[in-house]
Design a binder for this molecule. Structure first.
Ligand code: B12
Ligand code: SF4
Length: 569
């Protein structure tokens, strides 16, 4: 969907508006004098609140719901402001040109444009924002999301954004918009924002407390065109029950976020993990199901659904008691998984339990990823799930800093050992701001030209590996599951061993020539094996996911027969 999708306001109709220069709002500076805000910026005052248009640049990435935007829109609407969304993703229709986006913005006539970005979309966001700025220089531009929190300085260096969100802004953004609407001089002081001053410098406000999930207004799901999204995603709807994670994996944004709030906001680390009240979650799901009967599956997209055993089991009980019979999918952690949780999940329509393994190399996991768990622990968690009849998913990465071909092989071996129901893989990408990015920088491992060109982490590595390892990573991107199939002691394994040998014998040119046809070859081979009911993994849904044939055979509907979604290199 690319038309601005206005959720309207829950608080009344539009009122005549009056555009007016943002007052020389100021904040007492250290010297006590008032610093004027950028005078080029203007906002309209209206008794129906301001009009805030979100832009979600999301190209060459999974089309999807964005909880940040839905949360912020809900909070703004609760204060009487009006919101809309431009959602940019190829799967949702033709992607408009930058000029067309500008026209859409003109039509919506916002008082504030609010971008929400992840790192790999930032360059596109800047391009769009520059086009908006050229066309409507007086329109204030705000930006927030994971990237601005992780890379605040880079975002400031652009000298483009008037307001940069540097934390969770559920409380801060409505406060800012309220103050802009009122022409309040304190607009510059809102916590969680870095605010641009007329001389181009930024005023960094402190981080406030973590928003309490007990009291936030409801998310505004309808700001997304859920009908289209659900149709694209086979009826799968994302839900969050929590925010935060107590672990400190080197490649994850959570570690950095928690540290920032601790150092710059004085927020205790233990407060980072928060849960929505279970009642709220259940009510939300019931309402969504009533409004969208096309929902077939709930994806609990929490970093770790099983983190708090008591909350998790209680929520599962309520889910059952509420008579919600929708299948659901969760993320778990092998360190936070046990018999009680497996048993509770088995009594619900839980469809997939996903675990991040990241690597089969214990050494690499600990030394580089700061992920402390043993292969035995991983195997036990998978065994437990399988004992309770739960379908499992293993998430792994290749091309990790200092990873050797032998370590990659350990990942293949681990998957063959634990026999997940499905496997999903990605190629390591060092997100700026994370500890793993620093590890790569210090080791001079990053090819920055490649890094800038990458807008997802499925297709290639931006780390400097020797040519043989780089080629292996590219081969694994297409044939990881063939290698797992080859290691399994099954009737189909011999055929996969032959295929792996064939692939391994190819040099870089040969691989470039043949790689595009691998997906088709995989499907043809799999179709034959499915007919013979010979067990194997094959690519389904996306080019980086392989699913156990038992699941494929049992799955209702035609989705399994669709060609896998591919990603642009
Ligand atoms: C759920 C989830 C998904 C879901 C839903 C996506 C979504 N955006 O809601 C799905 C499965 C679709 C998904 C996909 C991807 N994800 Co994801 N995802 C998450 C996860 C686990 C939670 C995100 C979330 O909803 N948080 C809660 C909401 C409320 O927080 P929020 O979005 O950050 O919004 C708050 C602030 O950022 C701020 N804010 C946000 N927007 C704005 C705008 C303005 C103007 C202001 C002022 C403030 C502001 O206020 C919001 C409210 O507090 C995070 C990890 C994490 N803990 O955040 C990874 C994470 C965000 N994902 C990540 C990645 C890489 C991806 C993918 C690119 C993976 C891929 N290769 O396809 C895709 C990208 C698709 C996309 N663009 O959404 C990375 C991003 C890293 C980075 N530096 O960019 C994260 C951080 C995980 C990680 N590796 O560390 N993801
Ligand atoms: S366990 Fe998952 S969510 Fe938590 S820090 Fe590690 S990668 Fe991030």
């Amino acid at each position: 969907m690319s038309r601005p999708h206005s959720g309207g306001s829950r608080h009344g109709a539009k009122h005549p508006t009056r555009r007016k220069a943002l007052p020389a709002t100021g904040t007492p500076s250290a010297s006590g004098s008032a610093e004027p805000v950028d005078r080029q910026v203007s906002v309209r005052r209206t008794s129906a609140g301001l009009r805030v248009l979100f832009v979600y640049p999301n190209l060459n990435a999974e089309e999807g719901f964005n909880h940040g935007i839905a949360a912020l829109s809900g909070c703004l609407q609760a204060r009487g402001h009006q919101t809309g969304l431009i959602n940019l993703n190829e799967a949702l229709g033709r992607v408009p040109s930058d000029e067309e986006v500008v026209q859409q913005i003109r039509r919506f006539n916002p008082d504030l444009v609010a971008f929400s970005v992840m790192t790999q979309q930032y360059a596109y966001a800047v391009r769009l924002a520059r086009a908006i700025q050229r066309a409507m220089p007086a329109l204030p531009l705000a930006i927030g999301g994971v990237h601005t929190m992780m890379c605040t300085q880079q975002v400031k260096n652009e000298r483009l954004w008037h307001f940069i969100g540097i934390g969770e802004c559920d409380e801060a953004l409505p406060k800012l918009v309220d103050r802009l609407a009122a022409g309040d001089h304190a607009a510059l002081d809102v916590p969680n924002f870095s605010v641009r001053l007329p001389d181009g410098r930024y005023k960094d406000n402190p981080l406030g407390r973590y928003p309490s999930l007990d009291t936030l207004p409801e998310k505004h799901y309808a700001i997304f065109d859920l009908q289209t999204l659900l149709a694209r995603k086979n009826g799968w709807q994302s839900i969050l029950t929590s925010r935060g994670c107590p672990y400190r994996c080197s490649y994850c944004f959570n570690r950095e976020m928690c540290d920032r709030y601790y150092h710059k906001g004085g927020q205790p680390r233990k407060d980072y993990l928060r849960h929505y009240p279970a009642d709220t979650v259940i009510r939300q799901i019931q309402r969504l199901r009533d409004e969208h009967p096309e929902i077939t599956t709930i994806i609990f997209d929490d970093d770790l659904f099983t983190l708090d055993q008591e909350y998790c089991i209680d929520l599962l009980k309520r889910y059952k008691q509420a008579g919600i019979d929708l299948p659901f999918v969760i993320n778990a952690h092998v360190q936070r998984f046990n018999e009680a949780i497996a048993q509770a999940l088995a009594e619900t329509p839980c469809r997939i339990v996903k675990f991040g393994l990241e690597s089969g190399s214990d050494r690499l996991r600990r030394a580089v990823l700061d992920r402390h768990m043993s292969n035995e622990k991983i195997a036990r968690a998978f065994d437990l799930c399988h004992k309770h009849g739960l379908h499992t998913s293993a998430f792994v990465m290749f091309g990790l800093p200092y990873e050797t071909p032998q370590m990659m092989h350990e990942t293949i071996e681990l998957c063959a050992r634990i026999r997940p129901g499905r496997m999903r893989w990605a190629i390591f990408f060092p997100f700026p701001g994370t500890k793993s990015y620093t590890i790569c920088q210090l080791g001079n491992l990053i090819d920055y030209r490649r890094m800038r060109a990458l807008d997802n982490y499925f297709v290639a590595s931006c780390l400097r590996f020797d040519p043989a390892t780089d080629l292996l990573i590219r081969k694994l991107q297409r044939t990881f599951h063939w290698r797992v199939n080859a290691l399994l002691d099954q009737p189909a394994s011999a055929e996969y061993r032959r295929l792996v040998d064939e692939v391994d014998a190819m040099d870089a040119d040969q691989w470039d020539h043949h790689s595009a046809a691998i997906l088709q070859r995989d499907r043809q081979l799999s179709d034959g094996l499915l007919q013979q009911r010979l067990r194997h993994y094959s690519i389904r849904y996306t080019e980086v996911m392989a699913v156990d044939s038992d699941y494929v055979l049992a799955e209702q509907g035609q989705d399994k027969h669709k060609a896998a979604r591919t990603w642009r290199a």
